[in-house]
Design a protein around this ligand. Structure first.
Ligand code: 1GP
Length: 249
């Protein structure tokens, strides 16, 4: 099984090289905006594209992934809201288990149903402990997943959940306040979770400024994901990338 992208993320963690992932929701970008986003991402040396959404209502996933692959070498990692958001045209798949929730379908059920198809895709599979953290308002992901997010002030619940995920063999932890969250994940929670795990930590949801992205990296995030804010203002890509990469030697 391929492991190149995961190895890259682990090397990043080992060498304190912080990474920036731009999240593209295939429903939200028209062709011109997508091409503009790709050009800006290349210029800013963005590390990864994440592609997906909790609810994708159009059939543009393939087209979006193909367009990114045609125009640049930035790895495309699928961030699927459901098993039908998978295309072999991407490079890798965040194989998410929603470990903050108690919905068996999203812990293991849908994985079982889609396993043969996922394996056949040839994608690099990255098993992820996905943790939803309360971002102030109900997000699409909390509604769709029918799970309660971890309260934003319960750092112990977050660190114990992440530790359990790591001990179960998951290879990444993704803490997410949900797309468009009112409040990003508190720094104190990121610090505590990072302290208790040795696998790479991805953080996203409600990050709207370069300062916040940098602060999260300093707290222990290895990969920062931004979607909504760069959809609204694509020029933020350069600003956020520069802030994150300024921490790298
Ligand atoms: C959502 O972590 C991602 O799952 C990104 O969130 O769209 O709020 O940046 P935003």
């Amino acid at each position: 099984m391929k492991q190149d992208i995961y190895k890259g993320i682990c090397n990043g963690k080992a060498t304190a090289h912080k990474a920036f992932a731009v999240l593209v929701d295939p429903d939200k970008l028209d062709e011109i905006s997508l091409l503009n986003t790709i050009a800006l991402a290349v210029e800013a040396k963005v590390d990864y594209f994440f592609v997906g959404g909790s609810l994708v209502v159009t059939d543009t996933l393939d087209k979006v992934v193909s367009a990114i692959k045609e125009k640049c070498n930035i790895p495309v990692i699928l961030f699927p809201g459901s098993p039908d958001q998978i295309t072999p045209k991407a490079d890798a798949l965040l194989y998410l288990s929603l470990i903050s929730g108690r919905n068996p379908e999203l812990l293991i059920g849908q994985h079982v149903i889609s396993a043969p198809f996922v394996r056949q895709s040839g994608l690099e599979i990255m098993p992820v402990g996905y943790m939803l953290v309360d971002g102030g308002t109900p997000t699409t992901v909390s509604y769709i997943s029918n799970t309660n997010p971890i309260p934003a002030n319960k750092n112990d619940i977050a660190s114990c959940t992440a530790m359990a995920g790591e001990m179960l063999g998951l290879k990444l932890i993704y803490m997410d306040a949900g797309s468009g969250a009112q409040k990003a994940i508190p720094t104190a929670m990121i610090t505590q979770v990072a302290k208790y795990i040795s696998i790479p930590l991805i953080v996203g949801g409600g990050i709207t400024t370069a300062d916040k992205a940098k602060e999260n990296c300093l707290a222990g995030a290895d990969v920062i994901v931004v979607g909504n804010a760069v959809e609204k203002d694509p020029n933020l890509i350069k600003e956020i990338a520069a802030a994150i990469h300024s921490l790298n030697k």
